[in-house]
Write a protein that binds this ligand. Structure first.
Ligand code: PLP
Length: 425
């Protein structure tokens, strides 16, 4: 069998033959993903139509950004998709971490308490909260922090949550994606139960969901099950690979207004903030996002099926339903993790010639290896992999603007492992 995989990418027939039956088996599962993608695609188109998105909205403003109709309409489109009263969608929100920082610091005041109910949040939140002492953290402003861990089986500890809520609890934070923690990702339905539990204790507690990596994976979003605020990054799912930067905060009018005043300035709020030249990319990326997200999930499912069959622990496993786009594959040795990342890099459209190497990344206690050949720097909706150089030598694999690219990435990773005799096919 001579084909383009062998001829142009040097992928061994053994690798292709190993993958073929797996791909066949996944067809019906992929059809389900396509169905969700179609539903979300229609949700996005419908929102754009109802907000009368027009040619004039695709260009932007400069300077103060007064009367930026493109920006304001895009924010209404987001609010409509997420069924929220308002949304803040800005290139001035640098990344997911920044959006989360704005959302939290805008809605908390000295003396308030922030409560995380799924254990320790994403790494970059440590310094926002002050779990690790940091300049400008919430702790420095007199906001305290409490945490309820998930139960051993990865579900919410409802009794613990009720006990942890006190008079000062102002914001409850929930993280939808597992990020780099070894726990199951939370479904929107589960998040809804937790929100009901919190609101059952006190209705005025603000529930914020870190929605990173979760957008458009299901047909509903956390804002459909009672979240007051959902927050995410535009260089992940909702940017569809086209957004060059940005973040969003969607939620109640009150929460989003607070965020606007925090992002710019009291008195100015959302009235200022030029969209520069990004409006077209933000609209078009959002338009593509449901399909891009489905493509990324297909890649993750393919990876888990390929590697689980070879005996490696995969999280989520090959059969589990998906609630985010991240795939963990525990490769057990440093050599395998490096080879895996080399394969992902070799499959990239940009920088395919680079060789990823472990390095001492600031803020991490072991070396980290990263593979990414992205059009947008650091965009993890584009095919990428990374992992800390420590046991269990887990590769975190995510993204893929097209399913075909994600598939090539998995095949190339397999090829690297195979040619270095690190797996037996
Ligand atoms: C990516 C991510 C963030 C924010 O990360 P940035 O790199 O700042 O965009 C926060 N929480 C979760 C769960 C994430 O996946």
């Amino acid at each position: 069998m001579s084909n383009i995989f062998t001829e142009n990418f040097g992928i061994d027939e053994k690798v292709l033959n190993y993958a073929e039956p797996i791909l066949k088996e996944l067809r019906s599962r992929f059809a389900e993903l396509d169905e969700t993608a179609e539903y979300n695609q229609l949700k996005v188109i419908s929102a754009m139509q109802k907000e009368h998105v027009g040619e004039m909205h695709l260009s932007g403003t400069t300077g103060y950004g007064y009367n930026d109709e493109g920006r304001d309409t895009l924010e209404r489109v987001y609010a409509r998709i997420f069924h929220t009263e308002a949304a803040l969608v800005r290139p001035q929100l640098v990344c997911g971490t920044h959006a989360l920082n704005v959302a939290l610091s805008a809605n908390l005041r000295p003396g308030d308490e922030l409560l995380s109910i799924n254990g320790k949040p994403y790494d970059t939140m440590d310094e926002i909260i002050g779990i690790r002492p940091s300049k400008g953290s919430l702790a420095e402003y007199g906001v305290t922090y409490a945490q309820v861990d998930l139960l051993e089986d990865g579900t919410f500890d409802f009794e613990g949550i009720k006990k942890a809520i006190n008079d000062r609890t102002k914001v409850v934070a929930i993280q939808r994606s597992r990020g780099y923690a070894s726990r199951p990702t939370l479904s929107v339905e589960q998040i809804g139960e937790a929100i009901a539990c919190v609101k059952g204790v006190r209705k005025d507690i603000i529930v914020m969901v870190d929605n990173c990596y979760g957008e458009f994976v299901q047909k509903i979003e956390p804002s459909d099950v009672g979240a007051d605020m959902i927050v995410g990054s535009l260089i992940k799912n909702p940017g569809g690979g086209l957004a060059p930067c940005g973040g969003y905060i969607a939620g109640t009018k009150e929460c989003v207004e607070q965020a606007m005043f925090r992002l710019t300035s009291p008195g100015l709020g959302g009235e200022v903030g030029p969209s520069l030249n990004v409006n077209r990319a933000l609209y078009q990326g959002l338009f593509l996002s449901p399909v891009v997200t489905a493509n990324a999930i297909k890649g993750a499912i393919f990876a888990s099926n390929v590697y689980e069959k070879l005996g490696f622990r995969c999280l989520p496993d090959s059969k589990e339903p998906r609630f985010d786009i991240i795939q963990e594959v525990d490769l057990e040795t440093p050599e395998r993790l490096i080879a895996f990342c080399e394969g992902i890099q070799a499959a990239a459209p940009v920088d395919s010639f680079a060789t990823p190497e472990p390095w001492d990344m600031p803020g991490y206690d072991s070396q980290v290896i990263m593979a990414a050949g992205a059009f947008v720097q650091g965009a993890s909706i584009e095919l990428s992999a990374d992992g800390p150089m420590r046991e269990p030598y887990a590769a975190y694999f995510q993204g893929g603007l097209t399913w075909y690219h994600a598939k090539l990435g998995v095949l190339e990773s397999l090829q690297k492992l195979y040619e270095k005799n690190l797996i037996v096919l």
